[in-house]
Design a protein around this ligand. Structure first.
Ligand SMILES: Nc1ncnc2c1ncn2[C@@H]1O[C@H](COP(=O)(O)OP(=O)(O)O)[C@@H](O)[C@H]1O
Ligand SMILES: [Mg+2]
Length: 243
């Protein structure tokens, strides 16, 4: 089968369906993401947002559908290989190594690279600094607040210079001050050319970052538009805002 993919598209998703037992978590999703875009993903709890990201980065294997990353079909590749091709992600509940230092956490994605350690350490320090947790390289991750752990995970996701970054609820449970740091950090990384998909049920910070938002409901994309379009869309209001 030949799939149309526009030249600037970095991710193309065709008819993606993921089921758990009889339950359809992601249902026939078609989507194309242009290089340099930020796509927001919203939808009620259980809509399939995290499952969708998990399918894209290879953690879940879809029953139906295909995913193209920079023109290559990655549907059957392992997460590990997809990451090495330039995709990265963060988790809804940050998965940092609590008993390791911030620096050790930062270096885990790059251990396989044969780069001089001091170069990697400098890069790690600069990223931590940028996300307001600089100078704490030798503290343990468990000493950070929940929001700071999200910033650490975000910083770590940048160590391999991804082309595409998938962020799952980056603002959830984050103190308002740190939320602003997160928004600013995402903005800067985006300016450097990273394409992003951001799942967020927290709408104000998401709206600061993008006008291009899809709404998932029961695994399906029920709308795509800017915040204003969506707030005036009765299907969206019923599925989401109405609750
Ligand atoms: N690993 C899994 N095993 C079984 N069911 C799952 C799994 N992951 C997600 N689901 C189910 O898929 C649906 C969508 O979940 P999820 O993707 O986490 O939604 P969201 O992130 O939008 O809240 C839910 O009904 C959830 O219980
Ligand atoms: Mg989720």
């Amino acid at each position: 089968m030949i799939h149309y993919m526009s030249e600037e598209s970095v991710l193309a998703i065709h008819q993606l369906t993921k089921q758990f037992g009889g339950h359809v978590a992601v249902k026939n999703v078609n989507l194309e993401i242009i290089k340099g875009d930020i796509l927001g993903i919203i939808g009620p709890n259980g809509a399939g947002k995290s499952s969708f990201l998990n399918c894209i980065i290879g953690t879940y294997k879809p029953e139906i559908g295909e995913i193209f990353f920079k023109g290559e079909n990655i549907t059957s590749l392992s997460t590990h290989r997809i990451i090495r091709k330039g995709m990265s992600r963060t988790f809804q509940v940050p998965r940092v190594f609590q008993e390791c230092t911030l620096l050790e956490n930062m270096l885990t994605p790059v251990l396989h690279l044969k780069l001089p350690k001091n170069q990697l350490v400098r890069k790690a320090s600069a990223l931590l600094e940028r996300l307001s947790i600089g100078g704490r390289e030798h503290d343990l991750a468990m000493e950070l607040s929940g929001g700071q752990q999200k910033l650490l995970e975000f910083a770590r996701s940048l160590m391999l210079d991804p082309d595409v970054l998938l962020l799952d609820e980056p603002f959830a449970g984050v103190h308002p001050t740190l939320k602003e740091v997160m928004v600013q950090g995402i903005r800067e990384v985006h300016k450097e050319g990273v394409t992003m998909m951001i799942v967020s049920h927290d709408l104000p910070p998401l709206y600061k970052l993008t006008n291009d938002i899809i709404v998932l409901n029961q695994g399906e994309i029920i709308a795509r538009g800017n915040p204003k379009n969506l707030q005036n869309d009765s299907v969206v209001v019923n599925a989401y805002f109405g609750r």
